[in-house]
Design a protein around this ligand. Sequence first.
Ligand code: PMP
Length: 381
Amino acid sequence: MIPGPIEYESAVLNSMSLPSLSHTSKEFVSVHREVLQNLMPVFQSKESEGTPFVISGSGTLGMEASTVNFIERNSKVLVINTGHFGDRFVELLSRFTNRVDVLKPPFGEPADPKIVAEKLENNDYDLITATHVDTSTALKNDIKRIADVAKGTGAILVVDGVCSVGGEELDMGWGVDVAFTASQKALGTPPGLAIGMVGPKAMARMEKVPPMTYFSDLRKWISISKAALDLKPGYFGTPNVNLILALNTSLKGILAEGIDRRLKRHEIIANAIREAVSELGLDFIPKSSFANTVSAVNLPEKVELKKFLADAEASGAVFASGIIKEIRDKYFRIGHMGSVGSSEVMIAVGAMERSLKSNGYDVELGRGLKAAQEVIYRSGM
Ligand code: PMP
């Protein structure tokens, strides 16, 4: 129950043990095409709204590829920073331009689209980044409203969907110019792929600016995608053939479940976990705008994080520590994405209750479980 890598379906893992096809073979090109085509509905993107890419590397490569291809050395950028991965964008973009502005809402609060609009009115930004769900704070930004205010401006809106795509509603049609994720979270494939979608406004910008990087040059990767979509082989850096086979299996599973049903399931599971946590008297880092993929829970004063995590693990659930430096041992995170269902919720809540109790926090065992049961029962899941 950590926010990635998650637990993978055995069919996905088994795909990784298939023979490594030649990356220029007919078989692989058709798998690649299927993956790219199946990514479109997952990003809720129509063909005219985006061209997908899949690159070997982690989400951080996605962050780089999805931003530096649209800016130049003196470009002005705005980072909407709602946690650790917002900090990472500031660090990354500062290597390419020294005109990085940061919009940092009060801790635990999402960005206010009205303030984003004001920033956009008063500045000529070339690019804005927003983290949909910052995995460090489990806080969700309202991308639809941010896209609404960014749409008519000259800024390219880049959305970090690493902790959201496949588990939260994100729609390229809202006016998102670039969105990306990584394989290891809600897309249900082991770590190692940076996956994204580039819309027409971003594509036009990319043609005008010279590339600043080599491996993360999207011009190269988009041309590989276009070739694969035409069932033609292409080469720029040998793809991770087996991970792409695994991603293909996973995406088919996602589409078989149906995007709407999948998002609804994530919402129900997240509600069940939040109700359970609240019933136990604990609270969250976000005050509102909770994510459906991950929860960040404040630990009671006297409970020591390391012992709490170890006891929870012994009781059957692995949770993650915090990652915000100043408070990293004051909270823990529960990942609830991918194929998580009601059974995992019960195991996780049960383990949380027992570990809290054995660490000196006064809980009535079963109280959180009851709250989670009620949510799941009411949902008809
Ligand atoms: N963005 C977000 C929101 C993330 O959660 C992460 C990693 N958990 C990243 C970016 C970076 O991805 P990676 O660790 O795969 O490089």
